[in-house]
Design a protein around this ligand. Structure first.
Ligand code: FAD
Length: 469
């Protein structure tokens, strides 16, 4: 008798290599039915950049499946009824998927699992999105870690124990039809990124060959472009963190790179793990302050100021350059994200949720855990709180991390000819310097929307109210 089909329900694991759910499905049956369901009722609506990325990634996955004899089925609508209809159509006896850890998905999966099991199907979720399952890393008292350093130390003592699983060589054709895959139309983003598993692997290889050896020293310098840019690929599971882990360890063990560079890079992957476990244990992370005393914070939320920030018109070049990078490429370097976020929260006293929502809309790597955990970290309202009195100075941060101004000039060509001395505070330049550089403040580049010193004093006063809260 022919083997009963297994439905492989793809979600944020859009890859064939090291996909334990797919591997198990292919081991169980020759008849694997790959499906993606776009259920807009579950979780937060995707932003513009994420919709583009996902569409392109689904096309890449479909092409990879076709190379192996199969293809991706795509449906829009309710997950439960779509899966039930597919079970009926195919006579599948099992549904497999890779686990996610955000509250909306977890709740839906739990209900679905009991429903499918009650109908006599095997419904099984697999690890693969993270190196460590959130519940596998615990403090001595058995609870979750709240601070990154001891969390990652604990992870390092565990080490990932799952082995990488291979891509199935071939998959039987299923002969089924579905709705057409969504179109991916965005020439601007397509000029910067190659969504899909091949793009992810090429990016990893390039990073390992050319940049990892200087990662620890240079990762904070945005002009050097040496970080991996794997974040959107990880977001959609086009590459597994375990594949990255082993590739880095291999490079370290063969003596190609220093121990420190590899360890530093893996600890950044660790921040992704940490954020995922924060969300898992704190389902309200995306919209409520983890530290409730922040609920009383005196945000000023001035619409004209936050609009200037959103449109990259703050008059502080390192902030505006970062926001332009985001507008043009769907990405922003991590150091600049911190400066830009700190400016919104501390200089403009704007609720972090406003910035989080803009990033969610525009980032190609917009991630339910990483984005909210990072915004709360910058605000100081998160678990691993940064000291509130740390208020980044956008002038000295620019000078320190973009010392020759290359990054800032790349995104602000109107300041192309302004000397480094004035680049991060154009309003301090003498009029003749501005004229010679072609900078007309208030015309082709704005005056600063707030005065740094005054804003700093105001922020300190606002944050001081929390001490008594
Ligand atoms: P690399 O330096 O090469 O790091 C490797 C990988 O580690 C990244 O791809 C990412 O998956 C992970 N990582 C690195 N730093 C962090 C971090 N601080 N927190 C969590 N994971 C990290 N990252 C996202 O993936 N999605 C987001 O929506 C997101 N929003 C952010 C918002 C703010 C305000 C800040 C300050 C940071 C945010 N980050 C987010 C974290 C970080 O900026 C990006 O992961 C990083 O810039 C991606 O570039 P990369 O792949 O070249 O990083």
């Amino acid at each position: 008798m022919a083997e009963a089909p297994v439905i492989l329900w793809f979600r944020t694991d859009l890859r064939l290599l090291d996909n334990p759910a797919l591997h198990a499905a292919a081991a169980k049956s020759r008849h694997v039915i790959p499906v993606f369901i776009d259920d807009v009722k579950v979780g937060r609506a995707l932003g513009r950049a994420s919709l583009w990325w996902r569409a392109a990634s689904l096309q890449a996955l479909d092409a990879a499946l076709k190379q192996r004899g199969s293809s991706l089925l795509f449906f829009e609508g309710d997950t439960q009824s779509t899966l039930e209809a597919l079970v009926q159509r195919t006579k599948a006896t099992a549904v497999y998927w890779s686990r996610n850890y955000d509250p909306a998905t977890l709740e839906r999966d739990k209900q679905l699992k009991s429903l499918l099991t009650a109908r006599g199907l095997e419904a099984k979720s697999f690890a693969g999105h993270l190196l460590f399952e959130p519940w596998d890393v615990a403090t001595k008292n058995g609870g979750p870690f709240k601070v990154f350093t001891p969390y990652w130390r604990s992870c390092m003592s565990l080490q990932p124990h799952r082995a990488i699983v291979a891509t199935p060589d071939s998959l039987a054709p299923h002969g089924l039809t579905s709705q057409p895959l969504p179109r991916a139309d965005n020439k601007d983003l397509a000029a910067h990124w190659t969504p899909g598993e091949d793009g992810a692997r090429a990016r990893l290889q390039d990073f390992l060959d050319t940049a990892l050896e200087n990662y620890a020293e240079h990762r904070n310098i945005p002009a050097l472009d040496i970080t991996s840019r794997l974040s959107p690929h990880l977001r959609w599971g086009e590459i597994s963190p375990l594949t990255i882990w082993h590739a880095v360890r291999h490079k370290q063990d063969s003596g190609d790179i220093g121990r420190n560079d590899g360890d530093k890079f893996l600890s950044e992957i660790g921040w992704r793990e940490f954020s995922a476990q924060l969300l898992f244990y704190n389902p309200t992370l995306p919209d409520t302050n983890l530290q409730t005393k922040f609920d009383a914070f005196p945000w000023q939320d001035k619409p004209d100021l936050r609009q200037a920030w959103a449109e990259a018109r703050t008059g502080y070049p390192i902030v505006d350059a970062g926001l332009r990078e985001l507008q043009q490429t769907g990405f922003m370097h991590n150091r600049v994200r911190m400066i830009v976020a700190s400016f919104l929260i501390k200089h403009l006293l704007t609720d972090w949720r406003y910035g989080e929502a803009l990033f969610w809309e525009q980032l190609v790597d917009a991630d339910p855990a990483n984005n909210t955990a990072s915004w709360q970290w910058v605000a100081g309202s998160g678990a691993d709180a940064a000291p509130y009195f740390r208020i980044f100075n956008p002038i000295t941060q620019g000078q320190k991390f973009d010392p020759d101004g290359r990054y800032t000039r790349r995104y602000l060509p109107e300041l192309q000819n302004l000397a480094e001395k004035y680049l991060f505070s154009p309003w301090t330049a003498p009029q003749d310097v501005l004229s010679q550089s072609g900078v007309k403040l208030g015309e082709n580049y704005p005056y600063p929307v707030v005065d740094h010193r005054e804003a700093r004093e105001q922020a300190l006063a606002a944050f001081a109210t929390l001490r008594s809260a």
